[in-house]
Every structure is written in structure tokens, then in C-alpha cells.
Design a protein. Sequence first.
Length: 259
Amino acid sequence: MAKLSVHNIVKSYPGEGTTTVRVLDGVSLEIEEGEFVSLVGPSGAGKTTLLKIIAGLLPPDSGEVLIDGEVVGLGHSRVGYIFQQESLFPWLTVRGNIAFGLEIRGVPRDGVQRRTDEMIALIGMRGLEDHYPHEISGGQARKTEMARSLVTRPDILVADEALSNLDAQTRNYLQDEILRIWKDTGATVLFVTHNVDEAVYTSDRIMVLSNIPARIIAEFGVDIPRPRTRTSPECLEYRSKILDILRVEQEKAMQRIGA
């Protein structure tokens, strides 16, 4: 586990002609060791861009990312990333997918075997380790992707809509699985989701991103003991407050485009 600090991140993309579109407008946040933080915001607000910058997959125009006080840059390997789209290699088994990151880092064979076995047990996939992605369920595939991200023991785990495109029952089940794995590993987690109920159910804190040019406009510490009841008055109160903020941001966006 590690502390994540994001200081004044700015990022723009080319627009029409010679114009540019500023997506991130001085985004700053702090996530403590072992904390589970969710980031919510309107569609197209730059959440994925921010995660890619944190993970060293994309350079910012300005600002910096620090892990335990050390500035990290493009190409660093201290963050494990769970992508929005399913990203398992179809030609590899569950075991092969989980072991992939260890193998490309040159971990000795016995170390690969041991750490892969540990992750298979952690995600509850014993007996399925020799199955290929097309032979397991969507939920099992998501757990395999999580194991692949965690097996290299990253300092931070970031997840970009990791539970999207799943049915409600599977999604609820995997929320509990993520919390279990988070507790067992002590990981520091930044979890991006459009689902406010999911954020309230899982998180220690929730940060709300504005529409572009995006910045952090609200933060909620979720002071509800776990395990939580999704429909409790306390959860519904947080949900209502966050949705009110997002509704205002959506209205601003519609006004901006003249809809």
C-alpha cells in the first residue's frame, strides 16, 4: 500500500482546427495508504484521462503525480490498472493471464507459480485456473483481471469502470468481492464509477469531478460502518447529495452546447 498525491494536473487535447480542449483543469487529490476512494463525474469529464496519467500511461501538460512523496512519470510501474473494457488475453488461461505481468518482469518460475497460486486462491478461482476466458463468466473474468493487476504487488490499484457492462446481480456480488480483496491485500484503491450507489456502498471517500474543464468540486467522507445496507437512509442520503451535484453539472453541460 502507498499514499497517492496528485498535484494540479492539467491536460488538453486537440480540438477543431488550431484549437485545444482543456479536459483536466488543475486536478488535485490525496489518497492515504490503504484507503478506498471513488471518483464520480459526468460522462466525458476526463476520469479515464486522469487514471492514465496516474498510471504513467499518459503525460500531463503540467502538474505531477507522487507515490509516497516520490514523483512518478511516464512509463512507471507502481500502479496496477483495471481497464473498462475486458482485457484478458484469449489465448491464455486464467493462470496464464494472471502470471503474465510477473513473467515479463523476469520473476523466477517458482516465484511466478507461488504468487499466481496465491492470487487464484484470493479471488476464489481454484479449479478454474486452466480455463480460457471464453470458458468463464463475466464476473470471473473481472476477478481474473483484478488478480492480474494485483499479482505484481503495485503500490496503487486504479479501476476504470471495472464493473460496467455486468448485470445488476453480478455487479453487486463483485462489489463485495472487491471489498473483500481490498481488505485482504490492504491495497490503496482509486475506483472510477458512474454508479453513485456503487461508490457509496464501497468507498471510504467519494470525490466528485465537474464537467470539462474538470476539477474536483466536492468530496464526501462516507461515515457508514461496513458492511453497508444499500437502501439504508444513510446510504440514500449520500446518494441524493451526490446526484444533486451531478445534476447541476449535467445542466451546465447542456446549456454550454445549447441543448
